[in-house]
Design a protein around this ligand. Sequence first.
Ligand code: ATP
Ligand code: FE
Length: 372
Amino acid sequence: LLMLGIETSCDDTAAAVVRGDGVILSQVVSSQEDLLVKWGGVAPKMAEEAHALAIDQVVQRALDDANVSESDLCAVAVTVGPGLSLCLRVGVHKARKIAKTFRLPIVGVHHMEAHALVSRLVNKDLDFPFLALLISGGHNLLVLAHELGKYVQLGTTIDDAIGEAYDKSARWLGLDMRKGGGPALEQLALEGDPNAVKFRVPMRQHKDCNFSYAGLKTQVRLAIESRNISTDDIPISSATEEDRQQRANIAASFQRVAVLHLEERCQRAVEWALKMKPSIKHFVVSGGVASNQYVRTHLNHIAEKNGLQLVCPPPSLCTDNGVMIAWTGIEHFIAGRFVDPPAVDEPDDMQHDLRPRWPLGEEYSEGRSVAR
Ligand code: ATP
Ligand code: FE
């Protein structure tokens, strides 16, 4: 069983070929770093163009690196949501073209489910049910994964995701955004004192599992402004030693509180989850921010404290990638969840069930009463 996975939901154009037993045969990612630096975020139209330029090459390289051709595949898996519809369309269009030409079924994949399920490729002992924290640029989700395709959402962000807070803070601190704001801030924080700036931990008065990062983001901006660090025009590379230390202190203090917020919500979620499903053994942490070492270490403490095993994919599988799409495609394909190849006379540009806003599972509402 060979699956091609295609991912274009945000700013990375990615493809991979994965075998049914979880062996990764190829993995190709083309990032829009220059665009991100220039536009300060993902501009949908620009991102769409970049995907359209890259997609053919990325898919071809994934096939070449795996040493397979389209006719060896059993199906094509592609992200259909959530994400920017202009961007999703590029991947889906490509998947449909291949599926039509080579008569292959298509598996439409949920991007966040893929972030969660790739941990099952990494750790073969990871069975349902399990608890998952998915942290990235656009999402901050705590879900109880009951079975394939069945998730209950214990918590989500009421405003920004943690990745957005890392990215904005990094930009305001004048960091080099080429490799993404998150990694740059993590690096700088190593030089700083995490207790130097007193940031407030969000949402302590709310005894639930939701998150909020907009307020912390604002606190970072105010801390920068009140210290008169002119980060807009002076990048960290040309800052004075004293200025650099101040920025490092803000970075470290931000990271401490951002992750403390994660820890507090996860501790509660573990309690909720174990009440509902005492058989849970694993705590999965995935999504771009899960590639952060400080985040991993602190969430490992939470897992250990509660007798759970932390499963955190390697960084290249935490950030957006094609492997997670191919793997989730395999899981669904084996379960018989796929659609037949498009008819030969169907136009290529027909929209295939794009789901730009697609919640992962149902919301858990009794949670609040359980906690009280
Ligand atoms: P989503 O999955 O919500 O659609 P996305 O697809 O943009 O968002 P991912 O690639 O899953 O995102 O994650 C990207 C995010 O992860 C960015 O906000 C980035 O700054 C953050 N990130 C990546 N590496 C690190 C790190 N080492 N520390 C903190 N944040 C990081
Ligand atoms: Fe993602």
